[in-house]
Design a protein around this ligand. Structure first.
Ligand code: KG4
Ligand code: ZN
Length: 336
């Protein structure tokens, strides 16, 4: 079975072809990051325009690289939400058009569920029950996944983890997206020199990352020589964010008696987060699955995989399926 995945929720126009449940035949991404860089963040209108101008080519490339013809596709999976509404509408409209013309089934996919599915595109078996940590540019969620059912047990009260990386990078005068830059600089710095900490919300699995961003801003305002300390600041900031993510994830495993952890989303590419999660999981006897780097950031292979899994469970979307900026997990519009 061949699934075409289409992703247009934010700043990447992506298409991929998946054979069966885990053989990626092609994975094409056209990023609009360079167009947003002068503005220091994603400009929704520019993202939508980029999707409109590129989606046709990206899908054609994915089909060509897979060595198949469009008519051989058995299922079309598309990101339904959450994301930028204008961007989502380009992908969902295009997918519906293809499904109609080719007379193939269509399935709307939840972008965050797909970030967890990214761990299984290369053949790994999903654990029956696991704690999912989703850390992207727009979301930070802790999810209990039980036989494919998603229950959000914690999320950020304010900024997402990736958003905090991006905003702190902006404060420090670094480029967009900020995560990879901070990750690189943190390796050169000492996390103990300038200490930051994340807000702790006791008795919950919720996160808070806006306070630490403000702390970095105040430090910059108060220290005229902050430019000489940028790597120490990056290290101190990253250390605190990673500590918060790791401690809540492990606490969730203990609380729900779960021994498998699955991590997805762009921030899952962070080297310190990967190292600390591995260290702590080993120490506590948990099994850790981390998205391979190329599937951690937005891509369509994960959308195809999530669509395939949903379809196997008997789910499918009708023509009323459309982009949904705030789609809750486990409740996408695809129906049995
Ligand atoms: O999942 P993603 O590609 O897009 C969304 O769905 O939002 O995540 C993008 C986010 C950005 O905020 C980016 O700064 C962050 O992932 N990111 C990182 C790293 N690579 C990407 N954050 C920390 N360390 C990294 N190495
Ligand atoms: Zn994403």
């Amino acid at each position: 079975m061949l699934t075409l995945g289409i992703e247009t929720s934010c700043d990447e126009t992506a298409a991929a072809v998946l054979e069966g449940d885990s053989r990626v035949l092609s994975n094409v991404i056209s990023s609009s990051i360079a167009k947003h860089q002068p503005f220091g963040g994603v400009v929704p209108e520019i993202a939508s325009r980029h999707h409109l101008e590129n989606i046709d080519t990206v899908v054609r490339c994915a089909i060509k690289e897979a060595g198949i013809s469009l008519g051989q596709i058995d299922l079309i999976a598309v990101t339904q939400g959450p994301g930028l509404i204008g961007a989502l509408l380009v992908g969902t409209s295009f997918a519906k058009m293809l499904a109609y013309v080719l007379n193939k089934p269509l399935i709307g996919v939840h972008h965050l569920e797909a970030h967890l599915e990214a761990n299984f595109v290369d053949g790994k078996e999903p654990p029956a029950r696991y704690i999912g940590l989703i850390v992207s540019g727009g979301h930070t969620h802790l999810v209990l996944v039980n036989q494919g059912q998603y229950t959000v047990i914690g999320s950020t009260r304010d900024d997402a983890a990736g958003e905090a990386f991006d905003k702190v990078a902006k404060i420090l005068g670094l480029g967009y997206p900020g995560g990879p830059e901070i990750d690189r600089l943190a390796k050169l710095g000492n996390p103990k020199k300038i200490k930051f900490s994340c807000g702790h919300i006791p008795g919950t699995f919720d996160f808070s990352f806006s306070g630490i961003k403000t702390a970095v801003l105040y430090y910059v305002r108060k220290n005229a020589s902050y430019r000489e300390q940028i790597s120490d600041m990056a290290a101190g900031f990253q250390h605190a964010v990673v500590k918060s993510l790791v401690s809540k994830t492990l606490a969730a495993c203990e609380r729900y008696q779960v021994s498998d952890v699955v991590v997805g989303g762009g921030v899952a590419a962070n080297s310190e987060l990967r190292a600390r999660l591995k260290e702590e999981s080993d120490k506590h006897g948990f099994t850790l699955l981390l998205s391979p780097l190329k599937y951690a950031v937005d891509n369509a292979a994960m959308i195809a995989r999530a669509g395939y899994v949903g379809f196997q469970k008997g789910r499918c979307s009708d023509w009323s399926m459309t982009g949904a900026a705030n789609l809750p997990m486990g409740e996408n519009h695809a129906h049995a």
